[in-house]
Design a protein around this ligand. Structure first.
Ligand code: L34
Length: 282
């Protein structure tokens, strides 16, 4: 079975659109998401455009602020402070990665935790690891939604996550643990990776290397979630971290690239924006 993140996200966005349509009557306005894009990396431009489109579909107000990659860290921090103080703004997202001269940690920490729709602020990260209410990071949240929509039972399963980033690997491991999976986090220094991944009943791959996971690394019947969005060096087309054509026949459930995790990330961003808006209404 192939889980279409595109279809699932379209359904969820339609539900959100109905909900948002009721907000002007109840609250006098709709949620407002501000996305800041520094520079013109084509992949980032494409993702930020996707976020604007999803905002339109759900009825969320979107302001995308583009800054040149020469912007100083101080200027960027200043902009964030203004948006923190702006009562008409519910969510602030600074698209990553940032140019090398800007400290990402400092930028993330500058965003008000109540407007942190990415769930990247240290206070939100701490809340996640302490099982306290928090904004969940979009990609991990989207992955759990896909597993549940596909009817995959998580409790008691052996889950292997490849990748240990703050954005995906670590938080998705925590969410799987919270669903009572037995979780292994593998990474670039893992010895004998194939022997680990072959034990996975649920395999989440987030390393950013085209077709890194080959058929011999996956057990028959595994559930495979592919977080990678890469360019295939041979064809120039988008491809995941997983060799989809080779693994699809073996997997019980698999996500495609494009049309898998990516659209779910954006869908969960819309959900988080609504959540931050509602919390700010008190
Ligand atoms: N601050 N930075 C911040 N928040 C995020 O949540 C992200 N991320 C990651 C990169 N930097 C970020 C995203 O938005 C990755 N990411 C993301 C979002 C959407 C898609 C992929 C990655 C997506 O929609 N992918 C499409 C293909 C898009 C294309 O054609 O280029 C897909 O179907 O997979």
């Amino acid at each position: 079975m192939i889980i279409s993140g595109k279809e699932l996200s379209a359904r969820l966005k339609a539900e959100m659109a109905e909900q948002v349509a009721s907000f002007p009557g109840k609250y006098g306005r709709v949620p407002h998401l501000v996305v800041i894009l520094v520079g013109d990396d084509p992949a980032s431009v494409s993702y930020v455009t996707g976020k604007a489109k999803a905002s339109e579909v759900t009825g969320i107000r979107n302001t995308t602020i583009r800054k040149p990659d020469t912007i100083s860290e101080a200027e960027l921090l200043d902009l964030i402070r203004q948006l923190n103080e702006d009562d008409t703004v519910d969510g602030i997202l600074v698209q990553l990665p940032l140019p090398a001269h800007i400290c990402e940690a400092r930028v993330i920490e500058a965003i008000s935790k109540d407007k942190d729709v990415d769930g990247f602020h240290p206070l939100n990260v701490a809340a996640l690891w302490q099982k306290q209410p928090c904004v969940l990071p979009c990609t991990p949240k989207g992955i759990i939604k896909m597993l549940k929509a596909a009817g995959v039972g998580i409790a008691g399963k052996r889950a292997v996550v490849i990748g240990r980033s703050n954005i995906v690997g670590l938080p998705v491991a925590k969410l799987l643990l919270d669903e009572n999976a037995t979780v292994t986090i593998a990474h670039s220094r893992t010895a004998d990776l194939p022997s680990i991944t072959r034990q996975a009943e649920i395999l989440v791959v987030a390393i950013g290397r085209p077709k890194f996971v080959t058929a011999d690394m996956v057990s028959e019947g595994a559930v495979v979630i592919d977080v990678g969005v890469n360019r295939d060096p041979e064809t120039g087309k988008l491809c995941g971290d997983v060799d989809f054509a080779a693994i699809e026949p073996k997997a019980s459930v698999i996500t495609p690239v494009p049309g898998g995790v990516g659209p779910m990330t954006i869908c969960c961003l819309m959900e988080n924006t609504i959540e931050c808006f509602l919390r700010r209404q008190g």
